[in-house]
Ligand binder design. Structure first.
Ligand SMILES: [Zn+2]
Length: 659
């Protein structure tokens, strides 16, 4: 395995997540042919079953006192001069180089034509006489650098079974970081986990009472009907065919139970709505962008030894090294994000959420009744949070409208803004004065001022100016925020922002902080100073003019990730595949057929999704994509109506009486 790595022109093999469809019985069905499919690239994780049966684990390598460090490396070649050599040619050259040196070559493993199962080995005493202990474990075979002795694969046979998810969590925390730094291992694990959730979810969906009736309707779906729906969707029209609408709603329900799917994120939106229904509209809308590239805490998670108690900004990794650390270790990036957010919520907002209870005290905003934060990734994969906060003792919208008319109440709102929402600090008068402010590109590679220090207040003032200067200025750029609107290039973030000589609130509820220079984003001083990162904060009075902003922020907070796509078009693709790959065993059973159809369609849709590596780490570790104080239970309307009819049969009668 190690013969290639001394070649000067070799580098790490190309990474690619294998694109496979899982058949209902858990078999991987390869889609199309891979280029250069003769030799398996180690990181692709594809191995042929027939090659593996009877393969011996590398027991000969194990001696007493097994080494901690495994001297195996991923080898591969890259097209350095950017000519278009095919993978086969590259491989031929690579092999020739090895032959020329007269040494042992690489082990070439042919691609198999047969799909392999990514499901756990079946229990002992199977009909074919094999038992679980002899079944090949594909994690061991597909990732020889991760499991170099050929032992210990995920779901490998062992005396005490280890759960799939638990084992993956364990690998991601392994001390030498080889699992979490692997280009494809986390993605492969997450893909398998999503497919299993999709299977379970399709089964649950099928058990719903209405499914039998709906299945009959869905049987009338054809490729032509889906094509028509695709046209409608392209034009932004509602889908007219009832069979397709029914199919879609089942797909939506099935997919919403799968971690990381767009549909699961839609579900968050209804949770935010139900919070508003119970508690009234939220009062604060905050975005927090922790600085994973520069914060020393992220570097500690990435394995750098930094003395945080006696922090010296000139010691430790430099800017490039820090960026590399984070790019190489998405686990560290995700862990840093979740640590920062949990710390901010607990120490600044005064709310501690544990699985058993929610403890709430007084924080920088006063008392908080609830919060709901949605995690998102952007460009490079950095995670950020959109957070809605419900404050305690907030007047209802109607009371608010009346109260805003009083001077005394408006003064209290202004005091709140002065304490928590800033868009001005000395030096932020105009573009010219801002240029003259102190400048430090690495301001986030620092520690917040220590509350016990004698000059704490002076430090706070100077830090606020410096950090706001570095993190809160908005510069409009084409492709980032500038868009054409009515023939004019405007900023979609609405910069320059509204100027104001002082913190203000109007009788109709419009409010904002003092702002003299239009390109300064408002910040929450407590978050800015302690997290030393970009953030944004808006106060929603929910009186008069601002009543409807909740709708906007809710849609924004739980917007779907990634590209927009025409769902009917993707369904049409998946449906065509479904027709081409019938399961003879299911032909007679409408339910089974539709369960398979649902699973395949959900899977086809999910495949279109792009997820950043830190997001995948968050899901695999169970950290998730949401921070919330409350728990939610979906209520099915049909069940509610059913229960009502049972208790109040006269409701049903009165319906007919009216006819
Ligand atoms: Zn802009």
């Amino acid at each position: 395995m190690d013969a290639l790595d001394e070649e000067p022109h070799t580098s790490r093999g190309s990474s690619e997540v294998s694109d496979k469809v899982v058949g209902e019985d858990g078999c991987l069905e390869a889609e199309g042919q891979d280029a250069g499919g003769d030799v398996v690239k180690e990181s692709e994780g594809k191995l042929a079953m027939r090659e593996l049966n009877g393969a011996q684990p590398l027991t000969s390598m194990i001696s007493d006192g097994s080494p901690d460090v495994i001297p195996l490396q991923v080898s591969g070649s890259i097209d350095c001069d950017l000519s278009k050599i095919t993978a086969n040619e590259l491989m031929a050259w690579g092999l020739m180089n090895m032959w020329a040196r007269g040494q042992e070559g690489a082990y070439a493993v042919r691609h198999g034509g047969e799909p392999v199962s990514d499901f756990p080995p079946r229990p002992d005493n199977q009909s074919d006489g094999s038992d679980a202990s002899t079944q090949p474990n594909f994690f061991e075979k597909a990732f020889p650098c991760l499991f170099p002795y050929g032992f210990g694969g995920i779901e490998a046979h062992r005396p005490v079974e280890v759960d799939f998810r638990d084992h993956i969590k364990w690998t991601l925390q392994y001390f030498d970081r080889r699992f979490r730094k692997h280009e494809t291992f986390p993605f492969v694990c997450f893909g398998i986990s999503q497919r299993r959730q999709a299977l379970t979810s399709a089964r649950v969906q099928m058990q719903r009472k209405t499914f039998e009736r709906d299945a009959r309707l869905m049987s009338t779906v054809t490729v032509a009907k889906l094509e028509a729906a695709k046209q409608e969707e392209e034009k932004g029209l509602p889908i007219s065919d009832p069979a397709i609408r029914t199919l879609k709603s089942h797909i939506h329900a099935t997919a919403s139970r799968i971690q990381g799917s767009d549909q699961a994120r839609y579900r968050l939106r209804s949770e935010i709505w139900s919070t508003s229904a119970v508690l009234g509209p939220p009062s604060l809308w905050i975005t927090i962008n922790p600085s994973d590239l520069h914060d020393p805490i992220a570097q500690v998670f990435a394995g750098e030894e930094i003395n945080m108690d006696e922090f010296m900004s000139r010691l430790g990794p430099d800017k490039d090294h820090r960026a590399k650390n984070i790019a190489d270790d998405p686990y560290a990036a995700a862990k840093f994000f979740h640590f920062m957010i949990a710390t901010i919520l607990e120490t600044l907002l005064g709310v501690k959420v544990t699985p058993a209870q929610v403890k709430s005290g007084v924080g920088v905003f006063g008392r908080v009744t609830a919060y709901f934060g949605v995690v998102e990734s952007q460009g490079r994969g950095t995670l950020h949070l959109h957070l809605l906060v419900w404050l305690k003792h907030v007047p209802s919208s109607d009371e608010m409208s009346a109260l805003l008319k009083t001077e005394e109440f408006r003064a209290r709102i202004i005091a709140f803004i002065r304490a928590n929402i800033h868009a001005y600090a000395p030096g932020f008068e105009d573009g010219e004065s801002v240029k003259n402010l102190p400048h430090d590109n690495e301001v986030s590679y620092s520690r917040p001022p220590a509350p016990g220090s004698t000059d704490y207040n002076t430090q706070l003032t100077s830090s606020e100016v410096l950090i706001a200067r570095m993190e809160q200025l908005h510069t409009c750029k084409p492709r980032r925020c500038l868009v054409f609107k009515k023939g004019q290039l405007v900023c979609k973030r609405r910069a320059p922002f509204q100027l104001s000589e002082d913190d203000f609130v109007t009788e109709s509820g419009l409010c904002g902080p003092k702002r003299l220079y239009g390109f300064v984003n408002a910040w929450c001083p407590a978050i800015l100073l302690n997290a030393r990162c970009n953030n944004d904060i808006k106060f929603l009075t929910n009186g008069g003019d601002t009543k409807n902003i909740t709708f906007y922020v809710t849609s924004y907070a739980a917007k779907k990730q990634g590209k927009n796509h025409n769902m009917s078009a993707i369904m049409a693709q998946g449906f065509a595949y479904h027709l081409d790959h019938p399961k003879p065993a299911y032909v007679d059973d409408l339910r089974d057929q539709h369960r398979l159809l649902l699973f395949r369609l959900v899977h086809t849709i999910n495949r279109e999704q792009e997820l950043a590596a830190p997001m995948v780490m968050s899901y695999l570790m169970g950290w998730g994509d949401v921070f919330r104080t409350h728990t939610y239970t979906p209520i099915y309307w049909s069940s509610v109506v059913g229960a009502l009819y049972k208790i109040f049969p006269e409701l049903r009668i009165s319906k007919y009486a009216r006819l």
